[in-house]
Ligand binder design. Sequence first.
Ligand code: HEM
Length: 517
Amino acid sequence: MVDSQFFILAFFIGSITIVFLRVILGKKRGKLPPSPRALPVIGHMHLLGPIPHQALNKLSNRYGPLVHFYIGSNPCLLISSPDLAKEFFRNHETSFLNRPKLSNLDYLTYGTSDMAMAPYGPYWKYMRKLCMTELLGTRTLDRLLSIRRDEMNIFVRLIREKAETGEAVDVGAELMKLTNNVISRMLLRKRCSDKEDEAGEVQSIVKEMNSLSTKFNLADSFWFCKNLDLQGYRTRLKNVRDKFDVLMEKVISEHKEARNEKGSAGDGDTVKDVLDLLIDISEDENAEMRLTRENIKAFVMNIFGAGTDSSAVTISWGLSELINHPNVMEKAQEEIESWVGRNRVLEESDIANLPYLQAIVKETLRLHPSGPLVVRESTEDCTIDGYNIPKRTRLFVNLWALGRDSEQWEKPLEFVPERFLSEEWKQQGKFQFLDLRGQHFSLLPFGSGRRSCPGASLALLLVPTVLGRLIQCFDWKAGDGENDDCGVSMEEKAGITLLRAHPLVCHPVARLPFPPV
Ligand code: HEM
């Protein structure tokens, strides 16, 4: 009897204490956005699922477009509507210009000596300016056009050979080799492999780095795991960064030797690649900031990491949609044929005159943004939509959900490129419709604001040109050859990038009677 009285009293006092603490702490913290019930220690991790953008979309369907949640002990904020995305990017972005510090990426980028993970500050601003004016600017892209053309020709030739022998093509894998070779030659004047049909060591390093940088490391969310390596990442991280380092040291030395021989790279017939530009800047005594060797390596790593998979996977989602929508494929092929003809292959300079192909790329990026979540971290307390958001909150803007918002898009889950050609979307001029660079908040595949994607111009040359060539030069039969009418699965794979669950394996059939390249 005494025991039960004691327990009732303890329960009563405990409950009052919890309510009291919640009121006091709640007042101190201010009003937070809606949140599901959290579990001790793990917070809301159990709700995140293997495909985070899909799981987060479920959360916002239930709790609204602004949700507060915890990954372990890290407070997080989720934005999933175009209106709130606009409010955020227009009025609050300055409080969210950092990326969260993540152990795997921190190690790979030589302690955030790169650009993508660097904290917002003078170094990041300097790199951003260099990126937009020099490293990935129009002048550099124009100068390196012949590299992209050359690699695209090799790619078409390879697919044509497979068409002739009736071989199936793993399109995703071939596209990955193509984008790796393009980026590698633009950056380092070096193919990933000397053989035309191999990607070689660089691709395997990039693959391992991309895999490790998108892995969830327990040390980032649980203080008691900080110094433990329960998932065994340390050895893998060290191995791959060491390999990358050896490779980069060799390439930097080769570049420096070539410069010494000629006085400076770019003399004679050598075209300066991005590494030459970085070395120039690092040696310039009057430069605003001195780039270290680690800055150079980490930047190269960024461009490999952010620029290869993203473009390749976008093209394979696009081709998958076209195979599943033969009427759209046919219309695009007709457009290409009427502008480009049958006697030459499509070039980057044709894209401006192919509005339907551009609309296909937009529709692909609407449904399949290869970076489905913009991830940032706040550097100060701020108020969004009347809620108080504390400093060091991780922000997720769900770009995948914005592109599928039923209030913004008619039949949001259907692949209808025509939606981008309607009068409503056209601004002045013939083809100036709906830009993708962060001004239309229902379609933000490259993010928005100061930290938006600096590679968007390159991606918007590469993606439509390669996709256009794939359908100009070939018809595509899906399936393994035994069951050709099965269509293409559009299932997504677990991970934080938008990868296809099943490889896109198809049979190409040559459409043009001549060897096109
Ligand atoms: C279809 C292709 C691509 C897509 C969909 C894409 C998407 C994105 C997104 C959503 C972000 C985050 C933006 C934000 O926080 O607001 C980003 C950042 C970034 N992207 Fe891309 N990207 C693509 C291609 C490229 C290419 C080709 C390059 C380089 C050549 C590149 C380099 C970068 C870098 C360096 C960042 C980090 C910027 C920073 O933190 O300052 N991306 N990209």
